[in-house]
Design a binder for this molecule. Structure first.
Ligand code: ASP
Ligand code: MG
Length: 402
């Protein structure tokens, strides 16, 4: 069997943990399996590197940021190979350049294009455990790129796909995928299995457990994922196309505190305005989420939308620059907002899910700022101070507790 095992930053955060991960991989290796390990940077390394960069230059180019951030993963793979060596098992670490993991050139948020499997295969044939840097790639200029925060999951799934792995295990510091973040919702329950679609919506809605692009890729290539704890042997959650149990009305609640709401006021109520506005954002690679347009009155209208909090300042600057072109009179930004989402495949065939969610919020006296829905997801924007309470109220209302 060929197994891809991915370990997150906490799982390799110190010497003891590195050895624990090494032992776990070696156990599979000694059963005769081929083992490919994907690692994140140790502990909070990536955050620390970002903080260091900001001290030197708050406007550092994204290319240089990637050059810096890729060192985090390179450190952990080398140390892991050394740990396995110390335990008497042949292992080799490889970075994105050595593997040849090619990506687009969008620094900070690059997409994988193709992965050369020759080198990895050769090392596996020589009975080595192969340890690959997560999160990074190389573009056509031979520059390092990164796949976006949390991107090591995507590296692991991509490797599992190209190597036709028999299993892809994502090890993290929680036991699996829960009905809500157990740190916020105390009685959250671990799910045995979840569909790709639900997991994708949950990941996109801010459930930190998997990088959303990794789920997209798993679905596309039919890679069955197992999310499990690196700290114990519990079973974890299987992510796959169809679940065996009955479709849940709601399988999870997610909270994303990193949203910001931008309101563009006094726009002319005529064709082409929304196009101009969102074209500016698209050209600058800004992801827009919930969009709300008011009904026009006195020939003007307002458009509000949410973006990633980190991009909010850039968005405001861009729109201020283009204020006349988009006919805006005022641009407002509010960062103290949070998105609360429910996701469930059963929603498609059951009316009343939205009403039940809104009732839970109303009963807790929580005001809704914006609403958006998809086939299997409902998202509301609330004040950040209400976020955790909203999550708990909704979790209770749908009876998701243990
Ligand atoms: N080290 C990167 C991050 O902190 C990638 C990852 O952990 O998946 O975002
Ligand atoms: Mg992660």
């Amino acid at each position: 069997m060929l197994i891809v095992k991915k370990f997150g930053g906490t799982s390799v955060g110190n010497k003891e943990r590195i050895f624990r991960v090494a032992q776990r991989c070696i156990a599979d290796y000694q059963k005769g399996h081929e083992v490919v390990v994907v690692l994140s940077a140790m502990g909070k390394t990536t955050d620390e590197l970002i903080a260091k960069a900001r001290e030197i230059n708050p406007h550092a180019s994204k290319r240089e940021m990637d050059m810096l951030l890729t060192t985090g993963e390179q450190t952990s793979v080398a140390l892991m190979a050394m740990a396995m060596g110390a335990l008497g098992v042949p292992a080799i670490s490889l970075n994105a350049f050595q593997v040849q993991m090619n990506t687009t050139s969008r620094y900070g948020n690059a997409h994988l294009k193709n992965i050369d499997t020759d080198r990895i295969r050769r090392e596996l044939e020589q009975h080595k455990i192969v340890i690959v840097t997560g999160f990074q790639g190389v573009d056509k200029y031979d520059d390092y790129t990164t796949l976006g925060r949390g991107g090591s999951d995507t590296t692991a799934v991509a490797l599992a796909a190209v190597l036709h792995a028999d299993a892809c295990e994502i090890f993290t510091d929680v036991d699996g995928v829960y009905t809500a973040d157990p740190r916020i919702v105390k009685n959250a329950r671990k799910l045995k299995e979840i569909t790709y679609d639900e997991m994708l919506d949950l990941a996109t809605a801010g459930a930190g457990v998997l990088h959303n692009r990794s789920v997209e890729m798993a679905k596309k290539y039919g890679v069955k994922l197992v999310v499990r704890s690196s700290l114990n042997e519990s079973e974890g959650t299987v992510v796959k196309e169809e679940v065996d149990v009955e479709k849940m009305l709601v399988s999870g609640v997610a909270l994303d505190k990193k949203a910001a709401r931008i309101s563009v006021m006094g726009l002319k109520d005529e064709p082409g305005i929304a196009f101009r506005l969102f074209q500016i954002l698209a050209k600058n690679n800004i992801n827009v989420d919930i969009i709300l347009q008011s009904i026009g009155r006195d020939n003007t209208k307002d458009i509000s939308f949410t973006v990633d909090e980190e991009e909010a300042d850039e968005v405001v600057a861009l729109l201020e620059e283009n204020k006349t072109r988009i006919t805006a009179t005022e641009i407002k930004c509010k960062k103290e907002v949070a998105k609360v989402s429910i996701v469930g495949a059963g929603m498609m065939s059951n009316p009343g899910v939205a009403a039940k969610m809104f009732e839970a919020l109303y009963s807790s006296g929580i005001n809704i700022n914006m609403i958006s829905t998809s086939e299997i997801r409902i998202t509301v924007l609330v004040d950040i101070k209400d976020g955790e309470r909203a999550m708990n109220a909704i979790h209770d209302a749908f009876g998701l507790a243990e």
